[in-house]
Ligand binder design. Structure first.
Ligand SMILES: Cc1ncc(COP(=O)(O)O)c(C=O)c1O
Length: 385
């Protein structure tokens, strides 16, 4: 089986985790939690990083920090993983969906500009939707597949309309926009260390920010909002969202390998793109947003008949995945307000397929994948389905 995107555990994972086991520091306190947070903050260039039990937990806390309240609106792209929107609904707020750009597949900031300009108003530095007088409490860009949103434009809109930015950079560790790391351009940025991500802790997340008060509050909320180190005193409803020492140890080991992971992801992407351009030019890669250096996390292309190709590749032992079903096609989000002209998200869903691109994919395995795709389109297989 050639898997889609799996962990690569060739560094100090065993050594650091063994140290936790040997010293009995496996749980929610221990030196690796602090070390992982400090090293992660330094890596992305943010002063503060707070570890979490998942990327979803980080998003949930980030939206609380942004002041999202029940019935508020939070603007998010229609192409994302459901967890982005779920974190909004955890707060009884409402997602307001935005279509994406046809080539970069990121939130369409021009569409957002037109919407904010024509359909909202400002009152005491707060933005409201004209139609319902609901407050628009946050902008939630998702750096889809490790490419990035046009952050220059988004930051300008955020300032003009007084709406804070919570970056869903769960897929974008190692991606940069104008030299700044993903997740460090908004008020907060959230990362995921889920098993399929560029680096993993098995499961886990991180919230980063430039604001010390927000960082303190993130730590407080994610550790049960306890106010006394000994007595059971809590000053608000908290969450058990902390990362455990065992997993933080794995995070430290994985972070050490980020340079290799990034260069391997870039090689894999380059190899696929040049092979397709030479022999199957109708297969189109995702285009990189201007000013962006992507991490090439999950290599995904637009091509005809992905359903048949997916089935064909599965018979060859090759795992592929479609793009996420657009959020407005999921039952719980079908009623959300959706800003779109051309339904780009739906078109992308009909054409996109992610290909195997684990950092430990061998060049030989990648050739097998390319050859199998070539065979599908040239042997009449595609036409037969
Ligand atoms: C865009 C996006 N948002 C949120 C998440 C949630 O992260 P986690 O699985 O760590 O909760 C993921 C990944 O899993 C994701 O890809």
């Amino acid at each position: 089986m050639i898997p889609l995107s799996i962990p690569n555990l060739n560094g100090n994972e065993w050594k650091y985790i063994k140290e936790c086991l040997d010293t009995n520091w496996v749980s929610s306190v221990g030196s690796y939690v602090t070390r992982f947070e400090q090293e992660f903050a330094a890596y992305v260039g943010a002063p503060y990083a707070v570890s979490m039990s998942s990327g979803t937990a980080a998003l949930h806390i980030a939206l609380i920090l942004a002041g999202v309240k029940p019935h508020n609106l939070v603007i998010a792209p229609n192409i994302t993983f459901a967890a982005t929107l779920n974190s909004i609904v955890y707060l009884n707020a409402e997602p307001l969906l935005l279509d994406v750009c046809p080539h970069t597949w990121q939130m369409d900031t021009q569409l957002l500009h037109d919407f904010l300009t024509t359909q909202t108003y400002l009152n005491q530095n707060t933005c409201y939707l004209r139609q319902t007088n609901q407050r628009i409490a946050a902008l939630m860009p998702v750096h889809v597949l490790g490419n990035m949103v046009n952050m220059q434009h988004l930051l300008q809109l955020s300032e003009q309309f007084h709406i804070p930015i919570v970056e869903d950079s769960t897929e974008a560790l190692g991606s940069y926009y104008m030299g700044k790391h993903a997740g460090t351009l908004g008020q907060t940025g959230c990362f995921s260390f889920n098993g399929n991500k560029i680096m993993t802790t098995g499961g886990g997340g991180m919230l980063v920010t430039h604001n010390e008060q927000l960082a303190r509050r993130a730590k407080h909320l994610s550790t049960q909002a306890k106010t006394d180190p000994v007595a059971y005193m809590h000053n608000e409803v908290g969450y058990n969202y902390r990362m455990v020492n065992l997993l933080a140890a794995m995070g430290v080991a994985q972070l050490e390998q980020m340079p290799q992971f990034l260069s391997r992801k870039a090689q894999i992407a380059h190899h696929y793109t040049t092979a397709f351009a030479a022999h199957l030019p109708f297969i189109q890669p995702q285009l990189t947003t201007t000013h962006t250096q992507p991490n090439h996390w999950l290599y995904t292309v637009k091509l005809p008949q992905w359903r048949n190709l997916l089935a064909h590749l599965r018979t060859q032992g090759i795992e592929t995945r479609p793009l996420w079903t657009p959020m407005n096609q999921l039952p719980m989000y079908a009623q959300c307000r959706y800003i779109t002209h051309h339904h780009v998200a739906a078109q992308l869903f009909e054409h996109c397929l992610s290909l195997p691109c684990s950092t430990n994919l061998t060049p030989q395995e990648q050739e097998v994948v390319i050859e199998a795709i070539h065979h599908f389109y040239t042997s009449g297989n595609a036409a037969m389905h």
